[in-house]
Design a protein around this ligand. Structure first.
Ligand SMILES: CC(=O)N[C@H]1[C@@H](OP(=O)(O)OP(=O)(O)OC[C@H]2O[C@@H](n3ccc(=O)[nH]c3=O)[C@H](O)[C@@H]2O)O[C@H](CO)[C@@H](O)[C@@H]1O
Length: 371
């Protein structure tokens, strides 16, 4: 009989790292229901809520990133890294994983470093077309590196790279709720065209401003809206809507837990161009307007977006132009059924299926020592 499978999964910071981790865990559990999975995240970050909500146990490390503006503060950061490594060592010793998975984000640094130093095989998953700092540092120690974009040999040893695509949560891509029921779930008219706005897992100032500055147009549009503001901006945007007055065709939310239903409800999505969001649009086949964040390393969201836009699989609106034209563009497209159909058709061709499954197989092979 094979031994009990024990896996550590570490990383987080934003949904773009957390949700791929959860879907890898789900895929492992689907194959090995008795597998023991321990998440390790960063205290105070989003994974500390989202991972338990997905049904997994998580332990938090007091880790954070270096402060490039205030160098003196980094003495405290060094102490936190040291403390995190000690705590990671204890977690690893107690849990005794057979394999470790890192999905990027601060916590995966100490966790995978400790695992590698104890001879536990490590796999890392990089979601973007531009590798994150932690993953770049861990690449030497990892046995396998799962990626979603071509050309990642720029960052990682070519012989370790496996092209898997980004794992997306099963309940997001396999949502069975009908369009009508999904709209009712969000308190909307089941028969009215619907636009969903999402600013990534944390919300996006520009997308929010593109709505806030045009609430008159929103109210008079023959369309309804689900507007995810992000937790940070929610109070401000909710107040702006309250000050404007009643807008029955608008639902404002800080965070959407059931993204499967939100996508089902929508005829058109407006979104940032984070890697997991893009993978979801491709797999579900959603007409989307992408407004890449200009505030990310190497402008990687624009690269993520252009991979679709160049194939007529998404519409691109530059961040700086969004407050002026995003809403008008969306209202034009949502009423153009031929355009919606061609966008849907083209984006569907770009989805890499079964990513979580393929990665889970690689994790299991490493655990059993079959590299
Ligand atoms: C500002 C920033 O640093 N963004 C990065 C971050 O984005 P971010 O965390 O926004 O990640 P993605 O766009 O890749 O994924 C967002 C995920 O959150 C989910 N979701 C979103 C909103 C919501 O209300 N509910 C919900 O469940 C989406 O379904 C998706 O699964 O990580 C991505 C993956 O490494 C990067 O490509 C992004 O550049």
């Amino acid at each position: 009989m094979e031994k009990e499978l024990r896996v550590i999964i570490s990383g987080g910071g934003t949904g773009g790292h957390i949700f791929p981790a959860v879907s890898i865990a789900n895929a492992i559990k689907a194959k090995y229901p008795s597998a023991k999975i321990q998440f390790v995240g960063a205290l105070g970050r989003m994974e500390m809520q989202r991972v338990p909500a997905a049904g997994y146990d998580i332990k938090g490390l007091p880790i954070c990133g270096f402060d490039r503006k205030h160098l003196l503060k980094n003495i405290a950061v060094l102490f936190k890294i040291w403390k995190s490594e000690r705590m990671a060592k204890k977690i690893v010793k107690d849990f005794k994983p057979m394999v470790a998975v890192g999905v990027g984000g601060y916590a995966s640094g100490p966790t995978l470093n400790v695992c590698a130093s104890m001879g536990i095989p490590c796999l890392i998953q990089e979601q973007n077309s531009y590798a994150g700092v932690t993953n770049k540092l861990l690449a030497k120690k990892a046995s396998k590196i799962c990626v979603a974009y071509e050309g990642m040999e720029r960052f990682f040893p070519a012989d370790k790279i496996i092209m898997t695509g980004n794992p997306v949560r099963q309940n997001v891509v396999d949502a069975t709720i009908s369009k009508e029921d999904a709209r009712v779930k969000f308190g909307l008219d089941p028969n009215k065209k619907t636009i969903l706005l999402v600013g990534g897992s944390l919300g996006a100032r520009t997308i929010n401003e593109s709505m806030r500055q045009h609430l008159d147009k929103v109210k008079s549009a023959d369309v309804q809206f689900i507007w995810q503001t992000g937790k940070y901006y929610n109070a401000e945007m909710t107040q702006a809507v309250k000050d404007f007055g009643d807008i029955p065709n608008l639902k404002v939310l800080d965070f959407i837990s059931d993204m499967g239903a939100a996508y089902q409800a929508a005829d058109l999505v407006i979104s940032r161009a984070g890697a997991s969001s893009i993978s979801e649009f491709c797999l579900i086949g959603k007409a989307v307007i992408l407004v890449p964040s200009p505030n990310v390393a190497e402008d990687h969201q624009t690269k993520n977006a252009m991979a679709l836009v160049d194939k007529d699989a998404a519409i691109y609106v530059k961040d700086a132009d969004a407050p002026d034209m995003l809403l008008d563009k969306a209202l034009e497209i949502v009423h153009d059924d031929a355009k919606l159909a061609s966008l849907t058709e083209n984006i569907k061709k770009l989805g890499l299926k079964d990513s979580a499954d393929v990665i889970a197989n690689e994790v299991v092979k490493l655990a059993w020592g079959k590299q």
